[in-house]
Design a protein around this ligand. Structure first.
Ligand SMILES: Cc1cc2nc3c(=O)[nH]c(=O)nc-3n(C[C@H](O)[C@H](O)[C@H](O)COP(=O)(O)OP(=O)(O)OC[C@H]3O[C@@H](n4cnc5c(N)ncnc54)[C@H](O)[C@@H]3O)c2cc1C
Length: 342
């Protein structure tokens, strides 16, 4: 059972890993009055984190196609927390389209998901004028949002500092050392795949992305294109930049294969031929930390808590997971679907 001193200030909270999971933990604990220190191995550029490479889609309805109901439940709560803490987050929905040959997949996607309205060609054009004449129909998920990880992570780190927390970049931390330094404190391990030394069942699921730039196309929201193997998408990043993502491969190497590059670039070209003239700015990949059931987990063992397994839903789930962790520390609340308490 977790032991917390009566006064919040007396229970320092050390969080290891400033990716999306650790950053949200640090923010909510700092705002609740705890003395928070967030340790991060990477420099402020966060290139060592998986979060740096993510799409940042907040898409609980679309993700229901391939995920368990708990992802939807926590995802919906997270949308509220994103809205509350980052009111400028764009919640202008996401659009799913398919070419005629992938019609069956499109219908299947529509059947397996809720929260959408069907659009005809005119409806698609009204939402995204650049797509005029490209798709005969679409699915619009009006309640979904998206963030740019490379903007929102620094913003989260600044907010943590503004709430009185300390963020230490280029700082490798060990839970045992932190416990020795502060036996009354709480250590929250948010190291993603690096936590495999403590949690050997974690695995990495590789996701590849490409960043391109073109002034020829404008999109206002993430666009998902039906694809037989992966949910491929194009996400506008502003200033004519677009992220093309993402593969999902059971492998732990880094870099982008020729095959994946062809598929991602082909998907963009299929969305609009003008992508053929876009400049490629970056190829990259990240390893999504996943447990065998692909579900997130909060593991509590005495004063040590591990938050991990965010898999392909880190941005969608991190706020709700932080709220659950805080509720456990404050009131002993237990969410049976995601918590394991020793
Ligand atoms: C291509 C791609 C697209 C994705 N798109 C989406 C999406 O659209 N929406 C969504 O919700 N999710 C998406 N994801 C999934 C999401 O990125 C992950 O679920 C999330 O990043 C996991 O976050 P994390 O904080 O657990 O891990 P990480 O982001 O990896 O953070 C862990 C941090 O711990 C640090 N660390 C490790 N060991 C130590 C140590 N000893 N001391 C100090 N620091 C340490 C690391 O440097 C790292 O910064 C995508 C992932 C990929 C790869």
């Amino acid at each position: 059972m977790l032991k917390v001193s009566k006064s919040r200030g007396d229970s320092p909270v050390s969080i290891i890993g400033a990716g999306i999971a650790g950053a949200w933990q640090a923010l909510l604990f700092a705002q609740a009055g705890y003395t928070v220190t967030l340790y991060e191995r990477s420099d402020a550029g966060m290139t060592l984190s998986t979060s740096h490479w993510a799409g940042g889609m907040l898409a609980p309805w679309c993700e229901a196609e391939t995920s368990e109901p708990v992802i939807g439940r926590l995802g919906l709560r997270s949308l509220d927390l994103w809205r509350e803490h980052f009111p400028n987050t764009p919640f202008n929905g996401s659009l799913v389209v398919a070419h005629a040959r992938d019609r069956a997949d499109f219908e299947r996607f529509a059947k397996l998901t809720t929260g959408h309205v069907r659009l005809d060609a005119q409806g698609v054009r009204d939402l995204e004028p650049s797509l005029e004449g490209r798709f005969r129909d679409g699915l619009f998920y009006a309640g979904e949002g998206h963030v740019d990880p490379r903007r929102v992570l620094p913003e989260l780190h600044q907010r943590i500092a503004a709430a009185g927390g300390t963020v230490k970049f280029s700082s490798d931390a060990e839970a045992d050392d932190l416990e020795d330094q502060s036996p009354e404190g709480i250590v929250i391990d948010c190291r993603g795949l690096s936590a495999r030394d403590q949690q050997p069942e974690l695995r990495g699921v590789k996701g590849e992305m490409i960043l391109v730039e073109t002034a020829e196309i404008e999109l206002s929201r993430p666009l998902r294109l039906m694809h037989p193997r992966w949910p491929l998408y194009v996400i506008p990043r502003g200033d004519g930049k677009f992220m093309l993502g993402a593969t999902s491969i059971e492998a732990e190497d880094t870099g982008v294969s020729v095959r994946s590059a062809l598929e991602l670039l082909g998907a963009a070209y299929a969305v609009h031929p003008a992508f053929a003239e876009a400049r490629i700015l970056e190829f990259g990949s990240g390893l999504r930390p996943a447990y065998p059931d692909n579900l997130p987990r909060i593991t509590v063992e005495k004063n040590r808590i591990a938050v991990n397994g965010l898999y392909r839903h880190g941005f969608l789930l991190a706020p709700a997971l932080a709220e659950l962790t805080l509720a456990h520390v404050e009131r002993g609340a237990i969410d049976n679907e995601v918590m394991r308490c020793a």
